[in-house]
Design a protein around this ligand. Structure first.
Ligand SMILES: Nc1ncnc2c1ncn2[C@@H]1O[C@H](COP(=O)(O)OP(=O)(O)O)[C@@H](O)[C@H]1O
Ligand SMILES: CC(=O)N[C@@H](CCC(=O)OP(=O)(O)O)C(=O)O
Length: 347
């Protein structure tokens, strides 16, 4: 009798697993071969367990034919190192005012610490991850960026916004089956309009700029025409009336977001600006998900409900997935040749 109960329990557990896999099937089909950019924020990498789960998720996506690209942050890790080294740092409009001294630390922490650790986690599954800084192979190019704080134009020091992405460099990695892990530092180019460059071209100035990782991820996603930008952070998503926890927004259009942007504060300013930029520039959808939740990338992509807040185009009519069609129409649209492999049985 006990044995029977165990068998029943085992069967039910196995059935639940099969249901979960089947829920993922139409999404796997929908997204196979597509590029997805994951922005992994410093506030979402808070434990070894979470970092390992994120790495496993990226390997899972690659294994089912999706092409993941990771753009990582590391704001809290940079702040901790700056504090340890006694270098003062402050945020203006959600972005770090970056002195040359602080820039050295930003570069060291992002490329030498955070990227290395992520690569090592992913590569514990196989030789997939390749760390790429925005400086490597001319991957990113940036221009100086100032921001408005309370209506006043505010200097940010060595901070940039991405104006160019070397898509060939990234695609060559993807085509080789790799998972690029990109750090958001970028060489500065002269503003061509300023005529600063003696050659009259938008040449490099020789400075390296600190780029907010949300902004860098959006630029990469837009340049590659990614299917999705997924931003992992430390809140459930965007709250319409922050910090009222009952005001979580599950979905909004770019027009609605554009109206909300001037009222946003702190880290949500670059984050939501990045989502807006990505979708306006052709990324089908962008979403903010809670990175403190283990396997949030898989939950966002492979479940019917999704999680967090998603930003859609104004004319987005919803993603249709083919699941129910399997029941009512043939899988193959073109005529299929069916070979009888055991003719003897027909006789
Ligand atoms: N409207 C809002 N909805 C959600 N979070 C908000 C909002 N306004 C401000 N925040 C703050 O923004 C933070 C996320 O931004 P940030 O700290 O820069 O994240 P990350 O390090 O992941 O890039 C949240 O932890 C929250 O404190
Ligand atoms: C200009 C600027 O603010 N750069 C960020 C870069 C890292 C980052 O964006 O990290 P998160 O994604 O973890 O916030 C910084 O210095 O903190």
């Amino acid at each position: 009798m006990v044995e029977n109960q165990n068998a029943q329990q085992r069967f039910e557990t196995a059935q639940a697993k099969a249901s979960t896999l089947m829920e993922a099937l139409p999404w796997i089909q929908r997204f196979a071969g597509k590029i997805m950019v994951f922005k992994y924020g410093g506030n979402a990498m808070i434990s070894e367990e979470l970092r390992a789960a994120f790495a496993a998720d990226m390997v899972f996506l690659r294994t089912v034919g999706i092409k993941p690209i990771v753009v990582h942050g590391g704001g809290p890790q940079i702040s901790a190192m700056l504090e340890k080294m006694g270098i003062e740092s402050e945020f203006r409009g959600g972005l770090r005012y970056t002195t040359p001294e602080a820039m050295e630390v930003v570069r060291m922490v992002l490329t030498g610490q955070v990227a290395r650790e992520l690569v090592s986690h992913i590569n514990s599954h196989g030789p997939y991850a390749v760390a790429m800084s925005g400086e490597d192979g001319g991957l990113l190019r940036a221009r100086r960026f100032t921001t408005e704080v309370d209506g006043v134009e505010t200097d940010l020091g060595l901070v940039g916004e991405v104006v160019g992405v070397n898509t060939t460099a990234i695609m060559s990695m993807i085509d080789a089956g790799k998972i690029p892990v990109i750090s958001s530092v970028a060489p500065e180019i002269h503003d061509p309009a300023s005529g600063e460059d003696a050659a009259g071209r938008a040449g490099l100035t020789g400075e390296i700029l600190n780029v907010n990782a949300d902004t860098a991820a959006a630029a990469v996603a837009a340049a590659l025409g990614a299917e999705k930008l997924v931003v992992l952070t430390d809140v459930e998503g965007l709250y319409g009336n922050w910090p009222d926890k009952s005001s979580l927004i599950s979905s909004l259009t770019v027009s609605e977001l554009r109206q909300m942007l001037p009222g946003l504060v702190s880290g949500m300013i670059p984050k939501m600006s990045a989502c807006l930029l990505a979708v306006e520039q052709g990324v089908a959808r962008a979403s903010i998900v809670d990175g403190r939740l283990k396997h949030s990338p898989l939950l966002e992509i492979f479940t019917d409900t999704g999680i967090g807040t998603q930003v859609t185009r104004d004319d987005d009519t919803g993603w249709q997935v083919p699941a129910p069609d399997y029941l009512v129409r043939p899988i193959y649209e073109e005529p299929q040749e069916v070979k009888n492999v055991n003719a003897a049985m027909q006789k």
